[in-house]
Ligand binder design. Structure first.
Ligand code: AMP
Length: 194
């Protein structure tokens, strides 16, 4: 199964992604996670993206495209994967199209976790206070949360329209308990791919 998990910051993508990959035995490809690891390890990639990430803006499309192309080309991605946090712009959709074509595979579903902005702001403010399950994030402050939501509306929401036109988008109500949301996701996926 090859899926994209999509939604605003704070929609619960990370939590749902972990459950999905465990249940379906597919690779979890989280661009945010990979970039934070690069920053922590002070690699060349980390040096390039650190300031942009801390500001809440997006790193350049071609740069993140290379990271994803490289990851999806590895052996452990051949049985399926879940993309979490990518694609985030129309350009990244085109980059992903090229990568998938080269690999000779297709997406089964794009799952949009739909959560109203008021709920998202509350959740992110909580994460800023408490840390995100031990992964302290430099981009969880109130001003940067606002910036990330603005960028989501302007640059990432159009991605949903592209996949809707292709008939791949499924919108899931992302409010309620973690279990409720994962039940909704699983019943949706029961009909998709293998
Ligand atoms: P996330 O954990 O997915 O919210 O990502 C954290 C930060 O990493 C974002 O605010 C961006 O700065 C950067 N990032 C992650 N994924 C992407 C992407 N697909 N395109 C551009 N920047 C990204």
């Amino acid at each position: 199964m090859r899926i994209v998990l999509f939604g605003p910051p704070g929609a619960g993508k990370g939590t749902q992604a972990q459950r999905l990959v465990a249940r379906h035995g597919i690779l979890h490809v989280s661009t945010g996670h990979m970039l934070r690891a690069a920053v922590r390890s002070e690699s060349a990639l980390g040096e390039k993206v650190k300031t942009v990430m801390e500001s809440g803006r997006l790193v350049p499309d071609e740069l993140i495209g290379e990271v994803v192309a490289d990851r999806l080309s590895q052996e452990d991605a051949s049985d399926g994967f879940l993309l979490d946090g990518f694609p985030r712009t129309a350009r990244q959709v085109a980059i992903l199209d090229d990568v998938l074509e080269r690999l000779g595979v297709r997406l089964d579903r794009v799952v949009l976790l739909d959560v109203p902005e008021t709920v998202v702001v509350e959740r992110l403010a909580g994460r800023a206070r408490d840390g995100d399950r031990g992964e302290k994030r430099a981009d969880d402050t109130v001003e940067i949360i606002r910036e990330r939501l603005k960028i989501y509306r302007e640059q990432t929401e159009p991605v949903a329209a592209i996949y809707r036109e292709r008939g791949l988008l499924a919108r899931i109500d992302g409010t309620g308990s973690i279990n409720d949301v994962s039940d909704r996701v699983e019943s949706l996926l029961a009909g998709a791919g293998s």
